[in-house]
Design a protein around this ligand. Structure first.
Ligand SMILES: Nc1nc2c(ncn2[C@@H]2O[C@H](COP(=O)(O)OP(=O)(O)OP(=O)(O)O)[C@@H](O)[C@H]2O)c(=O)[nH]1
Ligand SMILES: [Zn+2]
Length: 373
């Protein structure tokens, strides 16, 4: 596992990683941070033309007809400069030459895409099958730890194992404004990259059955700075107060900034929303689906806390479905609203129309906004 972790750090620094598999080794370089010298090396040292690996969402956005699979575009040194590649990977206005060959992903390509996502980079990579000469050079650099080699199998294992290996690492009482009896419990993912917090509200876990539970995905801008672009900050505080008023329960504060795409990508998506796209389309331009969150960690945290029968505070049908899986049983649901503002109205309306969120109560009555307390 530790090789995969180190690979993630290298990719975030823009350093390529060698992915080994039975289908042959591939040198994988993130499009984010791609520099022209590295690109020239990839063109020069590849056994065949390098390929640009893109997600299904990005290919659909580019107008490709094979909408439901990720794929690899064959690159051409004469026209695919660094700028042209970045445009293909994440520019809102880019279109695809339909005559350009699109190939299915190899095991190395798929592992590369997984690593980009886990690294919270734009999910796009230039991938090259090394020539004999380049393979020799890579072997030498791997031996002296100048380039990291990971197997595609280890990347897949990493992907599957992370949520179930969550460790409960520390805890302490933290009295909150609206819930004085609160205890923060920190859980860490095994690769050390993400920490999630369970906030146990009320007296000594003496909770109603089903237990009131809120899952809140991190939103730095809203939770901490009171951004008016979303409803997260007030919704977070309303949830804590609502759980306390119901005699206690659990709030899971999940490291899933930007619906799982990370803060840097959320800012890119905000920029595109300012240019006219809605929140779902902006994420798709970057290669993401409308919601990249996986709630396996949330189920695992509740299971470790022995909370299995829950009343979920959410307006999001996808959260409800994801949580109603073994060992968790969702026995009920309550709404929890933040306020409607001029700045977040469009965002909330998009959540309702494109992701099915139950927000009629606040969107229907713009002048009379109920805030659950
Ligand atoms: N990608 C992206 N993420 C956003 C945007 N605005 C807010 N977010 C993120 O959306 C997530 C909202 O989290 P939650 O409030 O837990 O979830 P929800 O899907 O709104 O569902 P509820 O349980 O009904 O609140 C946070 O991770 C925010 O950072 C945006 O425009 N783009
Ligand atoms: Zn927010």
């Amino acid at each position: 596992m530790h090789h995969v972790e180190r690979a993630i750090f290298d990719l975030r620094r823009g350093v390529p990683v060698l992915i080994e598999s039975d289908e042959g080794n591939r040198l994988v370089a993130p499009v984010e941070g791609l520099d022209s010298t590295l690109l020239a090396k990839l063109f020069d040292g590849a056994a065949e033309a390098p390929r640009l690996v893109l997600t299904d969402h990005r290919l659909a956005r580019l107008g490709h007809t094979q909408r439901d699979t990720a794929g690899a575009l064959v690159l051409d040194a004469t026209r695919d400069s660094r700028e042209a590649i970045i445009e293909l990977a994440c520019a809102p206005s880019a279109t695809l030459d339909q005559a350009r060959p699109l190939e299915p992903l190899s095991a190395g390509d798929a592992a590369g895409l997984h690593l980009m996502r886990r690294s919270l980079l734009v999910p796009a990579a230039v991938v090259a099958a090394p020539s004999e000469r380049m393979a020799d050079e890579l072997r030498r650099r791997v031996t002296v730890n100048d380039i990291l080699a990971v197997t595609a199998a280890d990347v897949a294992l990493h992907y599957d194992a992370v949520p179930s290996l969550l460790r409960r690492v520390s805890e302490a009482d933290v009295p909150l404004e609206t819930a004085e009896r609160s205890r923060f419990v920190v859980f860490r993912e095994p690769d050390g990259l993400r920490e999630h917090i369970a906030i146990l509200i009320g007296d000594d876990m003496q909770w109603a059955d089903p237990v009131p539970v809120r899952l809140h995905s991190a939103c730095l801008t809203g939770d901490l700075f009171g951004s008016l672009r979303c409803d997260c900050g007030p919704q977070l505080r309303a949830s804590v107060a609502a759980i306390a008023e119901r005699g206690g329960g659990v709030l899971l504060y999940l490291a899933q900034e930007g619906r799982g795409i990370g803060l840097a990508n959320k800012m890119r998506a905000y920029q595109m929303q300012d240019e006219g796209l809605d929140t779902v389309d902006a994420d798709q331009v970057l290669g993401f689906g409308k919601d990249e969150r996986d709630y396996t960690v949330a189920r695992e945290m509740l299971a470790q806390l022995a909370v299995e029968h829950i009343d979920l505070l959410t307006n999001n049908p996808a959260k409800l479905d994801a949580m109603n899986q073994k060992p968790i049983d969702v026995a009920g649901r309550s709404s929890v609203f933040g306020p409607l503002t001029d700045q977040n109205r469009r965002y909330l309306a998009t959540k309702a129309t494109r992701a099915g969120h139950w927000l009629d109560a606040i969107l229907a009555e713009p002048d009379d906004v109920p805030v659950s307390k």
